[in-house]
Design a binder for this molecule. Structure first.
Ligand code: C2E
Ligand code: MG
Ligand code: MG
Length: 404
């Protein structure tokens, strides 16, 4: 026997159930756009009840009622299947597919075989699982924390994306975001009131985006309605934009058209594109590569490195990440025999740390390096000591420049 709340509306529940059976409840799709390029990158499926006379009923009229019983479970599974059908059809026709997010009620946490059912449905349609994202609202996560943490980590380990929905609407918990292995954070539209001109609101939003980025979460701003909001969100490095400014939720056939257009035509007219930090650092990197085709980030304390090589650098044989000592011995082996000792001594960790302790700003040397084409060229290698506020480790950025 299902327990039902006192304000339970039996007539409406029956109507919704009937509508679901008759195929009247189906997903609309709201596109989501990359905040810098304006490309359509994903979408959210939102349930709509279309009555036989063509009236569109929004979820606020039936989802809260469905949430009072297990009817919501049926709706969510139905929406997921419709989304899978839509994606499968596009794949069969060779059309581009973007990941689609489906809202899942908290009630699924207690559902028997939830995980198996989710995998079965998506696999049955032959879809890569990362084309499906599950949205779980933040407020639903506040209780049963242990259960929700394991629920989410299982879904993630099965290969699905998970978004924390409506973050900032209500009592947001930063520790919840830290503990849950979701990979997407959706910022609630209540945080975007007005045009983001209020100083305190801006500070809060900047803080949320900073911690989300540090936690490697993809950020989506919901309910973006104005260009001013968009401009501010870009300066916060918000990744993805969803809102009426670009597109309202739409039926599948219209969404299919939006997928084939893929990009918002006037998006780049906005001067803020070039000023946003995310885009500015990409541009800066491009300029750096013009002069220095090889850039290496190294952590001397941890004996590790990460290399960013531009295609025209003289030699391409070194692994792009690994042990710093190995990088130096590899680098030295590509030098002219007369320069090998100079190179390996100059860039030994011991020598670099000594220079750092002596207060040097950089260490630089010119050697002859053998290119992939068998020709020696003079290359200047400079290690700049840099600081990252979050670690005490000794870090260097290596810039390599060819002369010949
Ligand atoms: P949500 O998941 O947070 O979805 C975003 C809501 O914001 C949608 O409302 C969308 O139409 C609306 N929205 C998007 N951009 C803008 C904007 O620029 N301005 C404004 N004012 N609104 C915008 P919608 O479609 O009415 O859905 C309401 C809620 O109902 C959803 O909020 C979600 O929590 C729930 N819902 C919808 N479909 C389903 C479903 O299939 N299953 C479950 N469990 N819940 C659903
Ligand atoms: Mg949602
Ligand atoms: Mg939301």
């Amino acid at each position: 026997m299902v327990s039902v709340p006192a304000d339970y509306d039996l007539a409406l529940t029956n109507e919704i159930e009937e509508a679901l059976k008759n195929g009247q409840i189906n997903p609309y799709y709201q596109p989501q756009y990359d905040s810098i390029t304006g490309c359509l990158v994903s979408a959210e499926a939102l349930a709509r009840w279309i009555t036989p006379d063509g009236k569109v009923i929004t979820p606020d009229k039936f989802i809260p009622c469905a949430e009072q019983t297990d009817l919501i479970l049926k709706i969510d599974w139905h929406i997921l299947k419709e989304v899978c059908k839509f994606l499968k059809q596009r794949r069969d026709e060779g059309l581009n597919c973007v990941p689609i997010a489906v809202n899942f009620s908290r009630k699924h946490i207690r559902e028997n075989c939830f995980r198996q059912r989710l995998c079965q449905i998506v696999d049955r349609y032959g879809l890569p699982r990362n084309l499906i994202e599950l949205e779980l609202t933040e407020s639903a996560m506040m209780s049963d924390l242990k259960e929700i943490i394991s629920h989410v980590s299982q879904i993630r380990s099965d290969g699905f994306n998970v978004a924390i929905d409506d973050f900032g609407n209500g009592f947001s918990s930063l520790s919840l975001v830290k503990d849950i292995s979701a990979n997407v954070l959706k910022i609630d539209r209540s945080l975007l009131s007005g045009n983001c001109e209020n100083e305190k609101e801006r500070i809060v939003l900047e803080g949320i985006f900073t911690f989300a980025q540090r936690l490697n979460l993809i950020t989506i701003a919901e309910g973006v309605e104005t260009r001013e909001q968009l401009g501010f969100l870009r300066t916060c490095n918000c990744n993805i934009i969803q809102g009426y400014l670009f597109a309202k939720p739409m039926p599948a056939n219209e969404f299919a058209l939006a997928c084939s257009q893929r990009i918002i035509s006037d998006f780049n007219e906005d001067i803020l594109v070039a000023q946003a930090p995310a885009s500015a650092s990409k541009l800066l990197l491009q300029a750096v590569f013009t002069k220095f085709p090889l850039v290496i980030m190294a952590n001397l304390t941890r004996n590790s490195y990460y290399m960013m090589a531009y295609e025209n650098f003289t030699t391409t044989s070194c692994p792009s990440t690994g042990v710093f000592d190995d990088l130096i011995s590899h680098g030295s082996s590509t030098m002219h025999p007369d320069d090998q000792e100079l190179f390996s001594k100059t860039f030994s960790i011991k020598n670099l740390l000594k220079a750092y302790e002596n207060g040097e700003k950089y260490v630089s040397v010119i050697t002859r390096q053998l290119g992939d084409d068998g020709i020696y060229r003079r290359v200047e290698t400079t290690d700049y000591f840099v600081k990252n506020p979050s670690v005490d480790d000794v870090l260097v950025v290596t810039l390599c420049q060819n002369f010949d």
